[in-house]
Design a protein around this ligand. Structure first.
Ligand code: NAD
Length: 490
């Protein structure tokens, strides 16, 4: 494995930033958290609690209840009662008022939520503070606005709610995924049972406290914590009318099989293996920044991460040199430090998965290059890594790594770029970098991916739909499209 030259050599001076950590002294955690059912926290029937740890320190933050199937049943029943007796009967503008109130409370608690997200999940505070939490509030504001305007979303048709939605989310954007799921469901008049990921339950539980403060009627949102078994019990519960899942393709396929023939509506937001395509006429420095943002943002724990780079041959050497220089400046470390670029890998298991795939890449003949940055001795970390000399059939080109690892390939013609970009089982997102608008349209219309960015990457907005082709999922979330899965139309 080749190593980068040190940062001091790059810049001819030995510089580091003084530590600038966000204080977490004022954050109050309960020693343990119960299940949020029917508007109040309660002990699980299993009497079992599991640890939620800080991946940057490996220290336990709090213990979280493990819901068994009878708890899931209780939560689904609470959601059903709230649906029939309260929420579906409420006027749309009243539903909107609750959502606006939740959005404002999220803004008021933004700092605390950002710190908890970084402590529990490992993402840099710059991202949780400036991207995740503002987007969480924006999603609630956006769907609050739709609550009493559904007749304009579906002109000439009448929209009615579906019933109880089972929502299962992953660990990479914990509170944002909760917002993506809860806000449109509630706006359309449905009630919810949400299951957060087992390594990042804490912001969802803080959200439960916010829902209490917002006086949301009991049972409208229920939050059951636990691992895969809890999720499986929830999606297969007969009292559920709609399943919304975000997570791995493997689990998504399993869920699809488990609900087949049940008549439940479903949306699946799954994995990705996006290509960033750089043409010779692009603004190279801007593109390099986009590639960095595309794959190293949130440790590469992003379904739509630009984990592959396709660069046109004429600029490949130049781009690689600039990319390595830039990667060498990235700071890996304390997620709570505002200068950190790459935080902690979410869990030991995820770190192991990244290592396994990187080793497979080396074994298959790829040339692996890593930044020489320092990493803390405790916690889960992975240095930003880049592979060249890879073939389309290599595992690191085909499989989702979900870590800060970029596979670089070259191309000569637009046809070759399209062929390579489309040649994976996924189709979630991608990026095109070129000076020519016509080329943008030509490329983006030929690439089979749900989200395409042009001369930028990883930009999100609640008004934009999001979702995949092929093994990246079924259905869309976000924007007007995100209302469809939560209504029956007549
Ligand atoms: P995962 O599939 O392992 O787990 C996701 C959630 O499903 C967790 O809450 C987990 O407890 C639960 N779960 C596990 N087994 C289950 C089962 N049999 N039935 C029901 N629920 C079950 O995924 P992860 O590792 O938490 O997240 C990473 C994956 O999520 C990546 O593949 C990433 O691409 C994907 N993701 C996709 C999007 C998108 O919008 N397309 C967004 C974020 C993450």
């Amino acid at each position: 494995m080749k190593k980068a030259s040190s940062r001091s050599l790059q810049f001819g001076t030995d510089w580091t930033y003084a530590p600038a950590p966000e204080s977490s002294a004022h954050i109050q955690f309960n020693e343990r958290y119960g299940l949020f059912i029917n508007g109040r926290f309660q002990a699980p029937s299993t009497s079992r609690y599991f640890a939620s740890i800080n991946p940057a320190t490996e220290k336990e933050i709090a213990r979280v209840a493990e819901a068994g199937s009878s708890d899931v049943d209780k939560a689904v029943r609470a959601a059903r009662t709230a649906y029939e007796k309260v929420w579906s009967k409420l006027s749309p503008s009243e539903r909107g008022k609750y959502l606006f109130r939740i959005a404002r409370l999220i803004q008021e608690n933004a700092r605390e939520l950002a710190i908890i997200e970084s402590m529990d999940g490992g993402k840099p505070i710059r991202e949780s503070r400036d991207i995740d939490i503002p987007l969480v509030a924006a999603h609630f504001f956006y769907y609050a606005g739709w609550a009493d305007k559904l007749q304009f979303a579906f002109p000439g048709r009448s929209a009615s709610p579906i019933g109880v939605a089972a929502q299962v989310i992953p660990w990479n954007f914990p509170l944002l995924m909760a917002a993506w799921k809860i806000a449109p469901a509630l706006a359309c008049g449905n009630t919810v049972v949400l299951k957060p990921a087992e390594t990042t339950s804490l912001t969802a539980l803080k959200l439960a406290e916010i829902l209490q403060e917002a006086d949301l009627p009991p049972g409208v949102v229920n939050i059951v914590t636990g691992a895969g078994a809890t999720g499986a019990a929830l999606v297969s519960h007969p009292g559920v009318d709609k399943v919304a899942f975000t997570g791995s393709t493997e689990v998504g396929k399993h869920i699809m099989r488990s609900i087949a023939g049940s008549g439940k509506k479903y949306t699946l937001e799954l994995g990705g293996k996006a290509a960033n395509i750089l043409f010779e006429d692009c603004a190279v420095d801007q593109a390099v920044e986009g590639i960095i943002n595309g794959i190293f943002f949130n440790q590469g724990h992003v379904c739509c991460a630009g984990s592959r780079l396709l660069v046109q041959e004429g600029i490949a050497k130049d781009v690689l040199r600039k990319l390595k220089d830039r990667i060498s400046t990235l700071i890996v470390g304390d997620p709570l430090d505002k200068n950190t670029d790459i935080g902690a890998i979410n869990s030991k298991a995820q770190l192991q998965k990244i290592k396994t795939l990187v080793n497979a890449g080396i074994r298959e003949g790829g040339e692996c290059w890593q930044s020489e940055c320092e990493i803390p001795s405790k916690g889960f970390w992975f240095k930003p890594t880049l592979f060249t000399g890879v073939a389309q059939s290599h595992r690191i080109v085909q499989e989702e790594i979900f870590g800060p690892v970029l596979a670089v390939q070259t191309f000569r013609t637009p046809e070759e770029a399209v062929e390579k970009a489309n040649n994976t089982p996924y189709g979630l997102s991608g990026g095109v970098w070129t000076d020519k608008g016509s080329k943008i349209f030509k490329m983006t219309s030929r690439i089979r991916a749900g989200v395409m960015w042009a001369n930028t990457y990883n930009k999100f907005d609640p008004a934009s739909p999001f979702g995949g082709y092929k093994e990246s999922g079924v259905g869309r979330e976000g924007g007007l499209h995100g209302l469809y899965p939560y209504v029956n139309l007549s």
